[in-house]
Design a protein. Structure first.
Lengths: 285, 310
């Protein structure tokens, strides 16, 4: 007599539990599809002989890539992006490693305070908040439309994070190596180059890749500081392609979009899988 | 040889410790030389612009014309002009809506939902979902923007095809909603990853005991999970707020239009200062933006300090 209602309640909760799970799974599936939808076009359209804005099974071809090579701006802009990425990387890795090493090994007064202040500064003075003074300063320095201006602005924004991360790496290097190197008469610069840098290689590699990814996608800084079309990096050219060409050439744009995205996607997924590191936030956007 | 590791830390033996610290024989002077180039670069291109904004905002500096050659000091005129201009308040209001719905609500909730739903599954489903969300976050902003223009296209966009709403111009009829969803798409990966690691750190024993006393999924979430990851939620909210507030990417989708309906503060500053040429006025608004950033960042510092102490 008393068992039935109990069983009914139990069955009720199981049913409700089951329905809740189904609803949850359904919602998450829709969210997942929503995330996939824009990406499907990026992957399919470049291989379609006649791509359109709607999704369709492609008429497979590789001609679009051959055509892209003929566009005078496309490949050059990829080269420009590479130049900016590697240039910024060299500046921040060299200056960052020197600064991080010194900060790791010597008790400079107020060191930790400086470090946190720098990090705070870089998160407050973002590209958007500082675009007006940066633009004005670069104009005054006569560096508008030069890579030097873009490189210096990008490096200045990225350096605090770089120093912060590299100092962590340097702190974890045992000092006994340096002691022995010093006993054999190596100077500080030599020690940094031949002893510390090889050990800190994972840290330096991480910073290098991270910097290139940051600069590769950066739109705002080159957008406001560069003028000539043939100097534009891919991030800006992509925008120019779809805003300024009257009738958008989808074969060109889709192929270019994939070519431009592929390096960061590959870097991210290969590196992420192999080393399992997370990209630190900071200056993304 | 191993003095540096065996020397106990303490103020009584400070001189010896200092020598042990300086194993590379750097010396304070050379250390200063090592640090200087980085600090100078940061000083000129990060610190100086921030300070320069204060002065620039009190001039009538323009990109072209007479005021470009010899700008005049105008005191607080720019601030008066900005604060009495309805378009500034409109922009600030749009920014608030954008940050609230796309950052604080959208990215946080969906990021948490994704982290929660993939936490117990293994294999390719988890990899696929995480991979898709991450891909949206790593592809360059100008590509992401174009993909959304394609998706939302009036005549042949996929969304109109799927929903059966042919001819709907989403970016003209619902511009704000569009960039909010766009920005959720771009940014959710961060919250997802942060909550993934936060959920991993919740002691399983606590969840087990909650299950034993018969707590439902919702009760577990409210009474066990949320109290455990409160710090992460706060950190996530503040960082997302800061980044969403500072993003310029919606400009690549709607260019602030139609009729300024998506002119969030970053776009407003750009339009005023660079195409509009009013650098002085733009700098004044930039300073307001920098101050808001400062407040959010200081809140973040307080929160993370409090967490470390506990």
């Amino acid at each position: 007599m008393t068992a039935t209602p109990v069983r009914k309640v139990a069955a009720n909760t199981t049913v409700r539990h089951f329905l809740a799970r189904v609803a949850f799974a359904l919602i998450m599936t829709i969210v997942g599809l929503l995330f996939a939808l824009p990406l499907v076009w990026l992957v399919l359209a470049p291989f379609d002989a006649t791509p359109s804005l709607s999704l369709s099974w492609p008429d497979w071809t590789l001609d679009n890539f051959a055509r892209l090579a003929e566009n005078p701006y496309a490949l050059r802009s990829i080269g420009n992006s590479l130049l900016l990425g590697v240039g910024t990387m060299v500046i921040v890795v060299v200056l960052g490693a020197l600064a991080a090493y010194a900060m790791s090994r010597i008790r400079i007064p107020g060191r930790d305070g400086i470090l946190y202040a720098l990090l705070l500064l870089s998160s407050i003075v973002t590209g958007t908040a500082a675009m007006v003074p940066t633009f004005q300063i670069i104009t005054q320095l006569g560096l508008i439309n030069s890579y030097v201006g873009v490189l210096l602005v990008l490096a200045g924004g990225i350096l605090p994070t770089v120093i912060f991360i590299l100092k962590d790496f340097m702190d974890s290097i045992p000092k006994s190596y340096e002691e022995s190197a010093r006993l054999y008469g190596a100077g500080p610069f030599r020690i940094l180059r031949d002893v510390v840098a090889p050990i800190a290689r994972p840290g330096l590699a991480f910073i290098s890749i991270w910097t290139i990814v940051q600069v590769w996608g950066n739109f705002l800084v080159p957008f406001i500081l560069l003028r000539s079309p043939d100097m534009q990096p891919a991030a800006v050219l992509m925008y120019t392609f779809y805003t300024e060409s009257g009738q958008a050439d989808l074969r060109l744009i889709s192929t270019f979009a994939l070519l431009f995205s592929a390096p960061v996607l590959i870097i991210y997924f290969v590196v992420n899988r192999r080393y399992g590191f997370r990209f630190h936030g900071g200056i993304k956007s | 040889m191993t003095t540096s590791t065996t020397t106990p830390a303490g103020s009584a033996i400070a001189p010896r410790r200092r020598r042990a610290d300086d194993v590379a024989g750097l010396g304070t002077v050379r250390a200063g030389i090592f640090v200087a180039p980085a600090l100078i670069l940061i000083g000129i291109f990060l610190l100086f612009p921030a300070v320069w904004t204060i002065w620039l905002g009190m001039t009538d500096y323009r990109l072209t014309g007479l005021q470009a050659a010899s700008p005049e000091f105008v005191g607080l005129d720019n601030y008066v002009e900005a604060l009495t201009d309805p378009s500034f308040w409109n922009s600030l209001w749009l920014t608030l809506i954008f940050v609230l719905f796309s950052g604080i609500i959208g990215q946080t909730l969906i990021g948490f939902g994704l982290a929660w739903s993939v936490r117990n599954i293994d294999g390719w489903t988890k990899g696929l979902i995480e991979g898709l969300v991450l891909a949206a976050w790593v592809i360059p902003a100008s590509v992401a923007s174009f993909l959304w223009l394609v998706l939302l296209d009036r005549r042949s966009g996929t969304i109109n095809g799927l929903l059966g709403t042919e001819g709907t111009a989403w970016l003209i009829d619902h511009p704000m909603q569009s960039i909010i969803i766009f920005n959720i798409w771009v940014g959710t990966a961060f919250s997802m990853q942060l909550f993934s690691s936060a959920l991993n750190a919740v002691p399983p024993s606590q969840i087990e005991s909650a299950k034993m006393v018969g707590a439902t999924g919702w009760q577990q979430l409210r009474d066990v999970i949320v109290p455990n990851i409160k710090g992460h939620i706060l950190t996530n909210t503040l960082l997302i707020t800061l980044w969403t507030f500072n993003t310029f990417t919606p400009y690549l989708v709607t260019a602030g239009g139609p009729n300024g309906k998506t002119e969030i503060l970053s776009v407003y500053i750009y339009e005023t200062a660079i195409p509009g040429g009013q650098l002085g006025l733009g700098a004044a608004i930039s300073l307001i933006m920098l101050l808001i950033n400062l407040v959010i960042a200081l809140a973040y510092v307080r929160v993370s300090k409090g967490r470390k102490k506990r």
